[in-house]
Structure formats: C-alpha cells, structure tokens
Design a protein around this ligand. Sequence first.
Ligand SMILES: [Fe+2]
Length: 512
Amino acid sequence: MSKPTHSCQRPRLLHSDLPASLCRNSAAVEHSEGTVAPCGFSQDRSKIPSHRPEDNLGSLPFLSSSDSILLMYISGFGNECASEDPRCPGALPEGQNNPQVCPYNLYAEQLSGSAFTCPRSTNKRSWLYRILPSVSHKPFEFIDQGHITHNWDEVDPDPNQLRWKPFEIPKASQKKVDFVNGLHTLCGAGDIRSNNGLAIHIFLCNTSMGNRCFYNSDGDLLIVPQKGKLLIYTEFGKMLVQPNEICVIQRGMRFSIDVFEETRGYILEVYGVHFELPDLGPIGANGLANPRDFLIPVAWYEDRQVPGGYTVINKYQGKLFAAKQDVSPFNVVAWHGNYTPYKYNLENFMVINSVAFDHADPSIFTVLTAKSVRPGVAIADFVIFPPRWGVADKTFRPPYYHRNCMSEFMGLIKGHYEAKQGGFLPGGGSLHSPMTPHGPDANCFEKASKAKLAPERIADGTMAFMFESSLNIAVTKWGLKTSNCLDENYYKCWEPLKSRFTPNSRNPAETN
Ligand SMILES: [Fe+2]
C-alpha cells in the first residue's frame, strides 16, 4: 500500500458554508432539497493539552497557558451524523460506504452496535475511514484484571442498607494509576455471556493513559466524573468531560483518558443493550434530557507511530487482555453513522416535578435508560436530582420512606443530598437493595415535618444521581471489604426515629 497522504490545507467548505469539521447530517441532507442543514454543534475551549506526549504514562499531561485548544461537537442524541477531520477534506466516500479505493487511501471499517437485522429504529452502526484497520495488532494476551470482576458470588449477599465514605484516590506521589488500572467493581448482577446485566465501577486514578487505550466488548460504559476533568480520546474524536457532565462510550469503541489531577468517578456498565432517552408519554415532545443537548465529538486523527508499542486493552467476558500495535488507534480521519460516543451536561436537564402536592415518582428524573425486554422495566436507569424548586403544598417534601423492588445505587457529584445532610458525601455512595427499607434520616424527617411550606430552592449546588436497576445487585469483595470505605454506622441515622403516634388525636398539630 502506498503511504497515505494528508493535506494540511484549510477545511473545505461544504454546501452551506459549514466547515468540514462540522457535521453533515444525513437525515437533513435527504430531506432538505439536497442541501446540508446547519445541524447543531457546540464547543469547549479549555486548558487542555494540544498534543499528546509520546509517552506520558506515569505523568500528568503538561499544561501551559498556551495549551488551549478548541474541541468541537456535533449535537443530537442518536443522530445519523458524518464528520471529517478538516485536514483531509473529502475523506468521506460519497454515495457509498465501501469504495474499491477510499479517498486518501484510507481503510473502511464498520463498527456495528446492533445486530445487522435490528429494526431501523434500533439499528446502530458507524463507518470509520482510518489509516490502518483495527485488526493491525499482535495477539491479545491475558493480563491481571486488578479489581475488575463480574463474579457476583465473591461474598455472601448483604440485604442491609449500605453506604460508602468517599472512595480514596491513590496519591500520584505514591503510585501511578491510570483509568484502567484504577477501575474497581463495586457491585453488579447478571451475566456478560448472555448480554443481560450490569456492573457499577468506581474509577480512582491520578495518571493519564499515555500509549494505552481501552475498549469494552461486554457493554456500554456510562461515565460520571466526580472529581477532575477527563480528556477522552476516542476513535470518533476528542471529548472533554468535566464533573457535572456524563459521557457514554458504547461497546467496542476504543478510548484513552488523560487526567489532570487525582481523579474519581462512577461508571454504570450495561451488558448487551444501549442507553436510550426515556419515553415522555403525557409530558409531550419536550423535557427531561432534550436530544439536542447530547454532544458527539467531531473527527480527529493522529498519524502517530509508536516504536515502543501501543497497548490496546480489551475487557472481554469480564477479563482483561492486552495487545501491542505500532500505531495510535486514533487514526480515524472521517466517520459517519449513528453509533458514536457522546456526552451530556447535567445542567441542561429540564426538571419536571410536582406543582400541587405529593411527589412524582423519581423516574421523572431519568436522563437515560437501558431497557430490558420487559416493557417499562430497565436493566438500569440513570437518574439525577438536580437543583430545582420545591413548591408542593401540604406535603412532606423530602423523599418518602419506601421499599422498592428495584436496586438503588446512589452517588453524589457535589453538594449535599436533601434526605441525608451528613454521611452521604461527594465521591461516596449508597446501595439500597430490593425491598430494603430506606428514607430520610431522623434529623431530616424532624425538620421537614415542621418546615413552613413556602416555595424553596432544593439542591442548589448539589448533584446527586441514582443508578436504578431491576436486577438484584450483589456487592463485590472490594466493595464490602477491600475498599475499606463501607460506613458501618449507616443504620444509626434512622435510630433516633421515634413513635409520634397520637392515638387520641387525629390531628397532631392540635395536640402539640
Ligand atoms: Fe430509594
């Protein structure tokens, strides 16, 4: 094969003055009289490295005042998009996916995210045009998987309410840990081989991945950074994901993460299904997480040889494997399709809630759902509790006491969760298993029972979230023991609850 050539000329302007770095939305092309509609895009201008060190594993990326680059995104959840790195205008073949010779002598490669025969509404695939196909690597070999597991029988089940103090991030001065080495499986359920289940992981890292990338053959990863920015290189382009944003890296997509400080976050992995926006029913066409606020990176490539060997790490059937290759995997010059990574800023969530009395069920706060085959029942929902107004009349406003047939894992990105003012801290978590009772602590109940019911702001400066699953989640040995973060005193927050029963007075206010 002849060596690919790369033009460094300015981006080609497409039909409607859109630079080639922006998207070409195929749906818009097909239905807008042959013109290219100016589909939405967004950008981050952040202090992040403008290039990668040749080998920065073991060190934080160098930052300087001149290291500001522009990251651009295509917008729209699940859209059929197309993107070219502006250094190679016209890299996307026109009129077909797999020409005999691709522009710039690129290789065409399809990444399938659904069975070929899925209905059109759920069919997911993208075409990648790259300098070398992904298959150009040495064989995969088994490597130590650290604290990643899918063995849900490591320890005996525990039906108690569980709460974790903030998971400890290793100090870079003591031990270099990157995103993959820093993955710890906290809990999970189901079976990878039958594509049915989930895992919740905590990532705790202090070092960029350098010449290492990761891809997951087992499922999609919904990543929730809690401390520290993530600069994520993917085959589709680059994303900057900060705390209070989330991203989804779908099954099979290769990515590498740079971090800039000691970094922590949560991951919801779902096997065999993809995240969707929840149906809105009577809410109507708008609300909750709006599709236009989901951002997809634009194409970006590096034609980088790695003489010492680039390591591709694969999670396959719950185990880790590594293969060496001589080039960066981020060599996709152009792509099109509807199977992409994406990110979402939780501030954009349009909150809907009670404006009369009582509570709407917390499902009203669902950002994304990974559906099971049973209608209305999710493998996992990603639910948030954002800042909002509380205005319900004659109502106990904090979350009510309840027992749920679902498993509820909660995490806190920042602030103070309204039902637990102490003990549930950013970077920690809690798990309330099926039919395990829980609710506000005694202090919260006392205060909320007497509070004047004026309109009030709730959760300002706070972002709590929940991974809610229909599966019966088991906690790992790391979660219960090795992490050393389990709060043995959690149950005590309910101990001060006392009987308030007034058998001789239906209206306690008259008695008091
Ligand atoms: Fe709950």
